[in-house]
Design a protein around this ligand. Structure first.
Ligand SMILES: [Zn+2]
Ligand SMILES: [Zn+2]
Length: 105
């Protein structure tokens, strides 16, 4: 499934703000319609760290475009730290358990 997103990340001609690190990027996942970096700056491949982080379930709710979930605006948003991602991972795991339980009713 993730693979599907990766092949749909393409370079755009206009500048966008990465949903993960807040840096300028030209890359966007066309499935999520969200800008995510796969390069450092203009062209150096960085292993797609932002694209991988963005599509990781532990990142749910932390992207810049998710600020409304926290009653914040994009201006208040800062790139999540490793600690925040870790904490979020636990939350997402709990949420998943809940969803699984609902599904079994
Ligand atoms: Zn980025
Ligand atoms: Zn995607």
């Amino acid at each position: 499934m993730l693979q599907n997103h990766f092949v749909n990340i393409s370079k755009k001609t206009n500048k966008m703000t990465c949903d993960v690190c807040g840096e300028t990027t030209y890359w966007r996942c066309d499935i999520c319609c969200k800008p995510v970096c796969v390069t450092d700056g203009a062209r150096k491949w960085n292993g797609a760290t932002c694209a991988i982080a963005f599509h990781n379930p532990s990142f749910w709710g932390l992207a810049m475009s998710d600020v409304h979930l926290h009653k914040m605006t994009a201006l208040d948003w800062t790139p999540p730290t490793k600690q925040m991602i870790k904490r979020n991972e636990d939350k997402v795991a709990a949420l998943k358990m809940e969803m699984m339980n609902l599904g079994s009713i």
